[in-house]
Design a binder for this molecule. Sequence first.
Ligand code: THU
Length: 134
Amino acid sequence: MSLLDSATNIRENAYAPYSNFKVGAAIRGANGQVYAGVNVENVAYPEGTCAEAGAIAAMVAAGETTLVEVAVIADSPSPVPPCGGCRQKLAEFGAPDTKVTLATVGGAVLHTTIGDLLPGQFDASHMASATGAR
Ligand code: THU
């Protein structure tokens, strides 16, 4: 099964009663395992979490902290772009050249990378002069 197939399958489990916008995400860890996630909304709207965040949480909980590929799918008119926060979350565990596949339920696919999604990213080097930071 492809990574996009995993994202497509898990998307059905999204909990999105407020937006009615179900998103599925799947990431492949450096260990070869696939971790999937969905958006989980809340009646207190800001408490909702994105599909990408769910997949990352599953990977880290399993003991893997490097991702090597990403796929995200939603029923959108064009391939769903990860939100700004998720771009930063993906950058934390991936690399600028990590492949990201963005897709629609209708079959449109956009191939990109974490670096293209988040140019000029904030990283640990920017904290170099902060005492005690790492
Ligand atoms: N959403 C995601 O899960 N991932 C994205 O990449 C874009 C947005 C979710 C958050 C919210 O539950 C719904 O889509 C509408 O914004």
